[in-house]
Design a protein around this ligand. Sequence first.
Ligand code: NAD
Length: 340
Amino acid sequence: MKAKVAINGYGTIGKRVADAVAAQDDMEVVGVVKTRPSFEARIALEKGFALYTAAKENIEDFKKSKIEVSGTLEELLDKADIMIDATPGDTGEEYKKLYEKHGVKAIWEGGEEHELTGFSFNSEANYSDALGRDFARVVSCNTTGLVRVLYALDISFGVRKARVTLMRRAADPNDIKTGPINALIPDPIKLPSHHGPDVNSILPDIDITTMAVKTSTTLMHLHALNIELKKPCKEDDIIKVFEKRPRIMLVSSKDRIKSTAEAMELAKDMGRPRGDMWENVVWKDSIAINKGELYFFQAIHQESDVVPENVDAIRAMIEMEKDGASSIKKTNKALGIKSN
Ligand code: NAD
């Protein structure tokens, strides 16, 4: 039997997770929730997703726009095993009570605090801890990207210390309200940033400090990492470790991928839906051991790297697959991510 998945908040993350769930052979989308009629609502219907409204009062708006609605969020909850809550950050608490009332499991995204669920998820680092859980949070795009590389390095060499500078995209490409359009903003000014503690919500023993700068781009985040490892190693050893990971893509500037713009072009040329890049893009030729410490750059596609993690979290929480590596393989295969 397929797991019945509902999506509340059909925006940047929600619509991608819906497509990723629909691509799996062991789960199905039973409905998606929109607050207002929009082109996204129309396309959801065209894709065959049943559309529900967040509140009863909104049904009339949809009717006026001639968009067919199957019911309200509460009615959808009666049909679902699990809810992906991809509503904007900090709305989680309000919905949690409703999901609890209907006995539906739920996954929130990185805009919510760890405390909402008491459990933060990453497919490679803690899949087995998610088995059978009622509530979980898939950490943010930046944290997912950091956990993937730090976990890989920690199990291979031991991470003594990680110091990371995040150059964050200021807004998503569809966002016409957020800036800056011509500035670099230290964010937050008071260091360190929240990303380090967020990594510790999954990898509690890693000594990590982060700082972040908001940059006038919408494409991707760029991370500059400096890591002290416990075991001495060479650049090639790092490359070998990254090559074996399921969601790291090694690229090279010699291949003329020298920027986030070219990394996004690569995803489009690969025929990825919406031009998404689900993997961390690590520059192979940026990997350097200098004075005994590791340095490298990676780019993170904020709109999509958490998508496969949501699919794995569903499998773990519903206990459809006990082994994390098998779930990752299954998700990757269905999406078209090359498994190493
Ligand atoms: P978004 O604004 O693109 O989408 C949110 C959707 O929820 C919209 O369709 C909106 O209409 C709807 N919505 C708003 N209020 C609602 C409510 N009260 N009830 C139901 N639906 C409501 O947001 P997003 O970027 O997809 O972010 C969703 C979550 O994912 C947040 O926790 C965010 O922090 C996290 N996240 C975002 C990104 C990113 O880069 N966009 C990356 C990783 C994680």
